[in-house]
Design a protein around this ligand. Structure first.
Ligand SMILES: NC(=O)c1ccc[n+]([C@@H]2O[C@H](COP(=O)([O-])OP(=O)(O)OC[C@H]3O[C@@H](n4cnc5c(N)ncnc54)[C@H](OP(=O)(O)O)[C@@H]3O)[C@@H](O)[C@H]2O)c1
Length: 254
């Protein structure tokens, strides 16, 4: 491993499992100081231990603005700046149009849209002080550009995220803060397999079906999103701004 993120201070929201944990491990391996968040204390502590040196855990729910304030107050106090922000916390469950409820819509938009908005907005004063410019990565999804049965609200929330990046790079014109959307295809995580409940055979059936849809013939692993996130976080992508980077085995490209 190179030291592509040496001396960078990074925050990854939702870093206790899945993609966020994969990205946190990749960032730490490249020399970053990594803050991860999550809502469950035991999982947070286990993830911090698994990441190893230079990892901090902050118990925080990204939909709660006071939790975000507490997170950034710690970063401000210890480092006075933030170089990389990966607004990864999010997710959603499945319901067809006829069964949608107000709670389903509010929950998913709170997690994937409202949470992302204030995660980024509240980080701006720290990102302005980034050593070589700030890099913000938003958690998109191939669902932002594909129709998926019973997944409309989640998919619409990810389409919203994609536009936030497009519009925010104009709001931040002239400031050295880049914002890109990282859109995974199916990645083997708890958040993905639990879409079909906790039956292991059903979870494997979902993974097999999704693999059959992907041109590479398999689902992805969190480390494969982690390595793409390292690129967007690092100075190697210093002129990459406002893109949607699909890391999907080709799923949404055909
Ligand atoms: N897996 C995929 O196939 C896939 C594909 C495209 C996009 N994505 C997106 O990638 C991101 C990560 O997905 P994943 O599959 O890795 O999910 P996951 O395995 O469910 O992990 C989600 C992580 O976020 C945390 N989290 C959830 N809600 C949070 C909140 N409100 N505040 C703070 N932390 C929160 C969870 O911990 P706690 O529950 O303890 O809070 C956990 O650490 C999501 O935005 C998801 O929509 C995933």
């Amino acid at each position: 491993m190179a030291n592509r993120l040496a001396n960078k201070v990074a925050v990854i929201t939702g870093g206790t499992t899945g993609i966020g944990l994969g990205a946190a491990k990749a960032f730490a391996a490249e020399g970053a100081i990594v803050y991860i968040t999550g809502r469950r204390k035991a999982e947070l502590d286990a993830a911090v231990a698994a990441i190893g040196v230079n990892a901090y855990g902050v118990l925080a729910d990204s939909t709660k603005l006071e939790d975000l304030d507490r997170l950034y107050a710690q970063v401000q106090e210890r480092h006075g700046r933030l170089d990389v922000l990966y607004a990864n916390a999010g997710g959603g469950d499945m319901l067809p149009l006829g069964e949608l409820t107000e709670k389903h819509v509010d929950d998913i938009f709170a997690r994937n849209v409202k949470g992302v908005i204030f995660t980024v907005q509240k980080a701006l004063p720290l990102l302005d002080k980034a050593t070589t410019g700030g890099s913000v990565i938003l958690a998109g999804s191939t669902t932002s550009v594909l129709g998926t049965a019973a997944f409309s609200i989640y998919s619409a929330s990810k389409a919203a995220v994609r536009n936030l990046a497009r519009s925010w790079i104009l709001d931040l014109k002239g400031r050295a803060i880049r914002i890109n959307t990282l859109s995974p295809g199916p990645i083997q995580t708890p958040g993905l397999v639990e879409l079909v409940g906790d039956d292991v055979a059903q979870q494997q059936g979902l993974l097999d079906y999704l693999a059959s849809q992907v041109p590479l013939g398999r689902v992805g692993q969190p480390a494969e999103i982690g390595s793409a996130a390292v690129f967007l976080a690092s100075d190697e992508s210093s002129f990459v701004n406002g893109v949607e980077l699909f890391v999907d085995g080709g799923l949404a490209q055909v």
